[in-house]
Design a binder for this molecule. Sequence first.
Ligand code: S3P
Length: 433
Amino acid sequence: MKFIVNNGGKLSGDIRVPGDKSISHRSIMFGSIAEGTSRISGFLEGEDSLNTLRAFRAMGVQILGPDDGRVVIHGVGMRGLKKPEQPLDLGNSGTSMRLLAGLLSGQAFDVELTGDASLSKRPMERVTSPLQRMGARVDTATGDRPPLNITGGRDMHGIDYDLPMASAQVKSCVLLAGMYAEGKTCVTEPAPTRDHTERMLTAFGCPVEKSGATACLHGPATLTACNIDVPADISSAAFYMVGASIAAGSEIVLQHVGINPTRTGVIDILRLMGADIELLNATEAGGEPVADIRVRSAPLTGIHVPEKLVPLAIDEFPVIFIAAACAEGETVVTGAEELRVKESDRIQVMADGLKALGVNARATPDGMIIQGGDIAGGRVHSRDDHRIAMAFSMAALRANGAITIDECANVTTSFPRFAELATAAGLSIRVDA
Ligand code: S3P
């Protein structure tokens, strides 16, 4: 599937982007192992979170929906999951695989976790190593890649773990395994990462104690059903935030977006570049702060992105690189080597695409150096990476000619109906199957 995006135009209107992917995954996982019935609204009906939902159905959980974002989960309790008949295929979803590795390593049954070509290349040692220290047995393919083969019936014990990288997936994996372990499990992170697991476990009745950079819980734990209102995903909103910033005459309001402070790096980075972003109607939903985000176009200036903001905007760099290409002067990103092990090598794939559009962009081992200027029309590859496809779609707003983006089918992993919503907001985008 390709996107063909005509150049020019502007973005306007009030739109609600789909539900937060991280929160949607966790709502299914925790609702499934809780006692009682959990009702979810605003659930992301994207392929990644649907793969998590299908995995729990395959382990015997009765889950109704999704129906217009509503899901009803009849929890089976901590020990109620059943051995699935087949390996659990998690598609493109790293979050599903890494969090499930933790949640399933304390079960009584063996289980195999598999994924698509992209997921099968992603590093898993970062989760297998702490899990083994907790007493789990998780075998991988060569080079610590998926599939993961988890042996059930192991006695797990709590550990004190220093995360070697700022990763919410690894932190969450260890905490979820900790719910099935004897004693206290603590995880210390080198920099703050998204804390949805900590917040949602607490809402499900398993308190997570936070002290500085350390989060701890006591096992064995139990969860009690909880209703969750999933806010719109700031990572999906980010495409529109950049699109509206770079296209003259734009004004857009993004409704009911999650603005958890561990996710708002993109707002801080764009504001440092000069973006005109306002938060309206701030409130709380399901233990998470939310607000409407109004963005008006504004001239952007290149910056050196502060490294402390990198983990707080980790999924937004593809579109931040587009903002940098439209900014006056140089933008430098450092300390972002994790981008090389996402759904694609996001440093290389973005640098290649920007160069194909005539932008002066240089990949570095841990980031990129971009000189802002003109963007030409042309053809770029997303390398099957949803966020690369959506980022280059927004680049067309400022390009001198149409942009064709190859391999866009995976946009449905996080943003079903992206092209439809983008069209309604003013982007001239055609989907070519
Ligand atoms: C996620 C954590 C991040 C992010 C991913 C979702 C999560 O990954 O990139 O899209 O839901 O915990 P890392 O924690 O590996 O950086």
